[in-house]
Write a protein that binds this ligand. Sequence first.
Ligand SMILES: Nc1ncnc2c1ncn2[C@@H]1O[C@H](COP(=O)(O)OP(=O)(O)OP(=O)(O)O)[C@@H](O)[C@H]1O
Length: 305
Amino acid sequence: MNTEVLVDVKHLTHQFHLTKKAAIRAVDDISFQIYKGEVFGLVGESGSGKSTVARCLMNIYHPSAGEIRYHGIEITGKKEFRANKKMLQTKRQMIFQDSASSLNQRMKVAEIIAEPMKINHIVPPRGSYAREAEFQMQYVGMDKTFLERYPSELSGGQRQRVAIARALSMDPELLVADEPVASLDVSIQAQVINLFRHLQKEHGFTFLFIAHDLAMVEYLCDRVGVMYHGKMVELGTTREVFSNPQHEYTKTLLSAIPIPDPVQERQRKVKIYVDTDSDAEEWKENSPGHFVLKRQEGGKKSAKE
Ligand SMILES: Nc1ncnc2c1ncn2[C@@H]1O[C@H](COP(=O)(O)OP(=O)(O)OP(=O)(O)O)[C@@H](O)[C@H]1O
């Protein structure tokens, strides 16, 4: 396995501030690396912080703490980001779960695919934007007749292929796909997953694949990180994690029929950190399904349930 590090995440933390005094810690001090050319899977239940990690990696969110290095460059710093903006915007591409809202509904497919090349002043390798769009469409298994259609005239699977074609038009080094098949029919999911596998092998991009479906992760990924409550509780090769899970949560995830555990269910609540006892009371009352913690100096927390 190539162990050249492309993305190096150290002590990444991200909080969403709900009010001046209350915040959700979506990602809580996690560290991991993504190697060049590998498929890295991020799994975990809904709300465990996967999308927040992805968005921090893509500079969509500015992390509350920690650092992210891409090719050794610290990209959370504004100065470094600006100095490397073109490389970071072209060489890292992201595909979202819902292509219906991530694609511009007023543009035809040909324009959608060519748009990032135009914005980034990239000369199309095949001579014209039209030819480049046609090539990318065929690369993702779609007929060129679709180029003249609007996203609303396509099925969910076709739209997701267009989103992939658009991302690949940038010749990315890192592709981040956040639950890219979650909104598709099961039969179409398999096609798109196979397409990802084929494209990754052929193109060789580094791939961060976010999913909650373990079968897909096992099929696609070289290594996997398991997230739980904003923490990365397990990290290893897919084979290691699937054959010998160490963390209780991973074991639960992997068991074919998860057994409901009232203690775990209680812990599964989203944590909200607040400053005072009265805030805690107020949040507790107004936020069923949340676990309210009082912030203490030195980072220690005490439960206020
Ligand atoms: N913009 C936001 N404002 C406030 N809280 C947010 C925001 N985005 C996410 N959160 C909260 O942060 C936590 C982590 O959310 P995140 O979307 O990163 O999890 P996830 O594992 O990707 O979940 P899913 O699989 O449902 O997308 C959740 O508690 C979520 O409610």
